[in-house]
Ligand binder design. Structure first.
Ligand code: NAD
Length: 471
């Protein structure tokens, strides 16, 4: 792929300039300079891609789980030698540090064939009663064409769960990556080079996403993004009862018990709040510190955040790159200013630096409380927002009172307190960890954080029954 060039949609196995005339610049957030230009996919482009995916459906389904696993393994083998290139594209298009992007590309390239391989042992056919001649059989079938719409914060990894599930389920795909970070997605699809029409990429913005979600051939929408866009996606899909998997925003809490080691707690929190510059749906955005240890943890947090290396995303030593866009930086700064205006104390950062790009420094505030944007609404930036609480009990209670319910963390040495993780409304609750789990886990976000089960092929297939009664 040539940067600094006009990109094209990938439809039916070939690149096409599309039928629209509106173009949009893809910007390097580290410099503010243009990287490429993309066409904004129109209704005609969406029709083209949906028709290609529909036509490819029967062939992809007929391959069966074994055939699909073989083709996906071959496809990924074509992409593996280009892992550095894919990571570099993500660094350039969204400012993700190399130290974050590069290992995640390996995870993506391992996860895709793992999903299609695992689908070989899925219960596609189950005999419920009778024998080969007469009886009742349960069968799981592909849903059809899957519309995959992804955000910019992890351009490939976040899309990969949906892409792997859709392909493993025997569906064909029309993928619309974020207009901010479309280059790695387009390149990956090109490299995979799956049979024509099985994986199409339509470039574009919200208008393209709307044309896709409303399309009559859309059999399932897999959407990851903001709550606001998720609402629109869900409304449009409801018109035709199209199933949706919605993975939306979060405002994840971390509740810190008074028995923890302050330095260790601060290390975990700094990682959970600052990784990928805080542009993570599961970022620790609310830190509830027990009063007994608050002062010591805050001192360690300031130390850890001051030591974070901010700089060029392509430099392997960089820990925090720029924010992904000018608008994203404006949002983060507005939340910080709002908190300070309402009485929070700024201990570190909180100022937009001079110079090119959309950088924002690691920032630490205490005295954050309900009624502040920084406490109530997803911020998505490198900000550690501390709220002091009287006890672990109070921390748990305040952690549970949020419009969001994505993930949560408890830091404690008390096994009785660890078990209380069940009380936090979240799809996943980690104790003394941030991220992690075991193969086979299935979870579903609640409240404004989304809808639909993640981690099961059942989401991507449709159960049907053939009941053959004797005449
Ligand atoms: P966004 O909602 O602005 O955009 C996401 C994608 O949807 C983009 O491709 C965009 O073009 C498209 N889009 C926007 N409006 C649309 C509409 N009305 N109809 C159809 N498509 C539309 O989100 P973003 O700013 O790219 O990403 C950040 C958000 O994603 C954050 O809220 C973050 O929490 C969330 N996110 C959630 C998860 C999760 O697993 N829950 C993971 C990553 C990111």
């Amino acid at each position: 792929m040539t940067l600094w060039a006009r990109q094209q949609h990938l439809i039916d196995g070939g690149l096409t300039p599309g039928k629209g005339v509106v173009l949009r610049e893809v910007t390097n957030p580290a410099t503010g300079e243009p990287l490429a230009e993309i066409p904004i996919g129109t209704a005609a482009d969406v029709d083209h891609a949906m028709a290609a995916a529909t036509a490819a459906g029967p062939g992809w389904e007929a391959l069966g789980a074994d055939g699909r696993a073989r083709l996906v393994a071959e496809a990924v083998a074509r992409a593996v030698p280009h892992a550095d290139e894919l990571a570099r594209l993500q660094c350039l298009e969204m400012g993700q540090p190399w130290s974050v992007a590069r290992p995640l590309v390996d995870a993506v390239l391992a996860g895709l064939p793992a999903a299609t391989e695992a689908a070989r042992s899925y219960a596609w056919e189950t005999r419920l009663a009778g024998d080969d001649d007469w009886g009742t059989d349960q069968r799981r079938v592909p849903r059809g064409v899957g519309v995959l719409i992804s955000p910019w914060n992890f351009p490939l990894p976040v899309a990969m769960g949906g892409l792997a599930g859709l392909l493993a389920g025997g569906n064909t795909v029309v993928w619309k990556p974020s207009e901010l970070s479309p280059l790695s997605a387009l390149r990956l699809a090109e490299l995979l080079d799956l049979p024509a029409g099985v994986l199409n990429v339509v470039l574009g913005d919200a208008s393209t996403g709307q044309a896709l979600t409303s399309h009559p051939d859309n059999a399932i929408t897999v959407f990851t993004g903001s709550v606001e866009a998720g609402r629109d996606v869900n409304r449009r899909c409801a018109e035709r009862f199209t199933p949706t998997l919605l993975e939306l925003g979060g405002k994840d809490p971390v509740v810190v018990d008074s028995d923890v080691d302050p330095a260790l707690a601060a290390q975990t929190i700094a990682h959970g709040a600052l990784w990928n510059s805080g542009q993570v749906c599961t970022s620790m955005e609310r830190v509830y510190l027990s009063a007994d240890i608050a002062e010591r943890v805050v001192a360690e947090l300031v130390k850890a955040a001051s030591a974070a290396v901010v700089g060029d995303p392509l430099d392997p030593a960089t820990q925090l790159g720029p924010l992904a866009s000018h608008a994203q930086r404006e949002q983060v700064h507005a939340h910080v200013r709002d908190a300070v205006a309402k009485g929070a104390t700024l201990l570190l950062g909180g100022e937009i630096p001079d110079g090119p790009g959309f950088f924002y420094p690691p920032t630490v505030l205490t005295g954050v409380a309900e009624g502040m944007l920084l406490h109530d609404v997803e911020t998505f930036g490198p900000v550690i927002s501390v709220t002091e609480v009287e006890s672990f009990e109070e921390g748990l209670r305040r952690a549970a009172t949020s419009d969001y319910a994505l993930c949560a963390t408890l830091l404690t040495n008390d096994p009785a307190h660890a078990r209380r993780g069940r009380e936090v409304p979240a799809a996943l609750c980690w104790v003394n960890a941030w991220q992690g789990g075991a193969p086979g886990m299935v979870y579903e976000p609640a409240r404004l954080s989304g809808l639909g089960a993640v981690g099961t092929l059942d989401t991507f297939t449709r159960p049907t029954v053939l009941h053959r009664a004797r005449a």
